[in-house]
Structures are given as structure tokens and as C-alpha cells.
Design a protein around this ligand. Structure first.
Ligand code: ZN
Length: 258
């Protein structure tokens, strides 16, 4: 039992062999996969995939890269489709000052607006934070504390930031980069935060873990990430798999598999 809490199954990288990719995930011991929207169209595709497969759940939202293409009508539309029971979160949303495809102002505006919408809809948020730690923390602090606020996906901050976010009610999602030899900061986070506050993810097709580094990532590879976390914490793989799966289900309100 292992859940990949963040994959982009709709992306064209999977067009040729999506069925095989999903089969490998299930045969490899994954129980569920959350597929993530990054704009209007990908959110619709994510929901389509979730409707077609029991073990797939979807999120809807506008990634900061796409903030400048976002508008009220599109957000309203996403809010409507978010009432589908297979939509379990709003995201991914956030700030990306590394690429800055949209201006910081546009990004902040669209981010804050989507957090408020998610709040109104009672959906947890999936946060993308790249080189924007301080600004993200300020915005999340403004939204206050809660029990199931959301998750910081592909966490790239240090242990202090992780502790601050956990204090606000967020989970920390550990990506495949934790398997990279020189990634000391994320290794420290993965070994120190409470296991009860941790999710694991691939961010497939991006960021494949060792020993697949440099290749296309896919949900099954979350296994390598969980193995590395178990090694760092000196606990059994099953404990990491089970607890992170429990966390993911409780955050997103996903029922146990029949
Ligand atoms: Zn993503």
C-alpha cells in the first residue's frame, strides 16, 4: 500500500503507454494515485482519468506558471467541476519565482484567490513553492491554521520551514529528489519531520528518483522514494508506505479501497 500523492497523468509524456504505466503502478503495490491539474484543460483531463479509474483521484487548479492565462470564468468553471466526488483537492497552486512565467503580482493574486475558493469549497490545497518560501509562508499564515489545510508538494525548503508549515496544519510531501546523493536539505527534512505529517509523491513525469534519475518519472517510482525515507529514518519500508498512505487518505478524504 503506497499512494503517489502527486502525478501529472494527463501529460503527453504518457500518451503512448498510459495503460502500461497505470498497470505497473498497481502491480507494484500502489493503492491510489492523485493526478493534478495545472490549468483549466488539464484539470478536466485529470477528472476524466479519475472517473475512468477507481484508484485515481483528481485535483483542479491553476499552477503559477499559468496564472496569466487564468480568469474568473475559468475559476468558476473549475469550482463547478470540483463538486465531483473524484475531485479531492484544489491545486496545484502557489508561487514560482524560479521560472516566473507569470509576473510575481499575477501569481500572488491568482494564488490568494484560489486559496480563498478552496477554503469556501472546503477542499484542501496542493501548494507549489519554488524559490518563494517567504511569500508562500506569508500568504498561508494569513489564511490561518487548520486541521486539513493541504500539502506543500515537492517540498524544497529546510527543516525550519517544514516545522512552521506543519504548525499551520499542512503536510509536507517528499519528492524523488530525496534519493539524490547531494540533496542533504531534503534528506534532513525527510528524517526529522513526524511521519504522521508526511506524504510521498513522484511529480511524474518530472523528477525521477535514483535509480531512474534522468528518465521519465512514473507513479511506481514513488517506491524508490519511500525506500530512501525508510533508510534515512531507520524504519521499515512498510511503515513509511502505510503511514503516508493513511495521511494522504485522511487529508484528501479518500475512502479505503474496497
Ligand atoms: Zn506538479
Amino acid at each position: 500500500m503506497l499512494i503517489d500523492s502527486h502525478a501529472h497523468l494527463d501529460m503527453q509524456e504518457f500518451d503512448k503507454d498510459r495503460t502500461e504505466v497505470l498497470e505497473r503502478a498497481i502491480e507494484g503495490g500502489l493503492s491510489q494515485i492523485i493526478t493534478i491539474g495545472i490549468d483549466h484543460d488539464s484539470s478536466l483531463k485529470a477528472l476524466e482519468l479519475a472517473r475512468a479509474h477507481d484508484f485515481i483521484y483528481a485535483s483542479v487548479g491553476y499552477h503559477p506558471h499559468n496564472a496569466r492565462k487564468c480568469n474568473g470564468e475559468r475559476l468558476d468553471n473549475l469550482a463547478q467541476i470540483s463538486s465531483d466526488p473524484k475531485v479531492v483537492a484544489w491545486g496545484e497552486i502557489g508561487l514560482d519565482f524560479y521560472r516566473s512565467y507569470s509576473s510575481p503580482d499575477e501569481q500572488s493574486q491568482i494564488f490568494s484567490r484560489q486559496i480563498e475558493m478552496a477554503n469556501d469549497l472546503n477542499l484542501p490545497v496542493i501548494i507549489h513553492d519554488r524559490e518563494a518560501h517567504e511569500d508562500v509562508l506569508i500568504i498561508l499564515k494569513k489564511m490561518g491554521k487548520g486541521k486539513r489545510k493541504g500539502v506543500i508538494h515537492c517540498f524544497s525548503g529546510d527543516i525550519d520551514l517544514a516545522v512552521a508549515l506543519i504548525g499551520l496544519g499542512y503536510f509536507i510531501s517528499i519528492p524523488g529528489t530525496v534519493t539524490y546523493k547531494k540533496a542533504t536539505r531534503i534528506k534532513e527534512v525527510a528524517s526529522k519531520i513526524p511521519l504522521e505529517k508526511m506524504l510521498v509523491e513522484t511529480d511524474a513525469p518530472f523528477l525521477a528518483p535514483v535509480p531512474k534519475r534522468g528518465k521519465r518519472n512514473e507513479p511506481f517510482f514513488v517506491t524508490f522514494t519511500a525506500k530512501e525515507i525508510a533508510r534515512l529514518r531507520n524504519i521499515e519500508f512498510d511503515q513509511v508506505a502505510l503511514q503516508t498512505a493513511e495521511n494522504t487518505k485522511s487529508l484528501f478524504g479518500i475512502p479505503d479501497k474496497q
